[in-house]
Design a protein around this ligand. Structure first.
Ligand SMILES: Cc1cc2nc3c(=O)[nH]c(=O)nc-3n(C[C@H](O)[C@H](O)[C@H](O)COP(=O)(O)O)c2cc1C
Length: 188
């Protein structure tokens, strides 16, 4: 059966470098034979998590995002780095999606799924600090996070004008992640 992966970035900025990186990863994952649903969190606009909002009923955007998580074998997340961590829009989405709706098993959207993490930043850490924290969060809620992460440092020098990666080491990391996530998602 074809592997189905959901992909989105933790930035909704028009010129997001993480979105550009994600698009290249998605192309590579498709080349490996997977089906990918690439979305922007901008299209799933949700309030900051608040138990009172949840008690009044899950927002439609959250319900739609949860349905997507459930219908995919795993996800590819592109994580920018804000103050050595991942972004609030990403955390908020994870928090909402982690909340159980009626009829769901606990953490159904995350348990047994596989995640590939990528990130880029203007600094020397290449969003790696955000990837490490994101790994910890996702692993805690039952997702198998692949060790083949893609971290692209000094993004001003790392990308061509058209948004493609310049150097072979980064392209190789994208290829390794793409191969691995398709392989693991197929057997998990
Ligand atoms: C609140 C805030 C904190 C940031 N902290 C870091 C940081 O710790 N390390 C880093 O390399 N870049 C940091 N940056 C710069 C972001 O990495 C940069 O804005 C990047 O372009 C965001 O990703 P995007 O291009 O996908 O939107 C920070 C930016 C903001 C707005």
């Amino acid at each position: 059966m074809t592997v189905k992966l959901l992909a989105f970035a933790g930035s909704v900025r028009k010129e997001s470098m993480n979105q550009k990186l994600l698009e290249q990863v998605v192309a590579q994952v498709k080349a490996e034979g997977a089906e990918v649903t690439l979305i922007s969190l901008e299209d799933y606009d949700m309030p900051f998590y608040n138990g009172d909002i949840e008690a009044a009923g899950f927002p439609e955007s959250v319900q739609k995002l949860k349905a997507l998580f459930k219908s995919h074998d795993g996800f590819i997340l592109a994580s920018p780095e804000y103050n050595a961590s991942f972004t609030p829009i990403l955390k908020n989405a994870i928090d909402w999606v982690s909340r159980p709706m009626e009829g769901e098993t606990p953490l159904q959207c995350f348990k047994g799924k596989v995640a590939g993490l990528v990130g880029t930043s203007p600094g020397k850490f290449g969003a790696l600090r955000s990837i490490v924290q994101l790994t910890s969060v996702l692993a805690s809620i039952g997702t198998l996070v692949l060790p083949e992460v893609v971290s692209v440092a000094f993004y001003k020098d790392a990308f061509n004008e058209d948004g493609t990666l310049k150097n072979d080491a980064d392209k190789g990391a994208v290829e390794r992640l793409a191969k691995r996530i398709v392989k693991i998602a197929a057997v998990k």
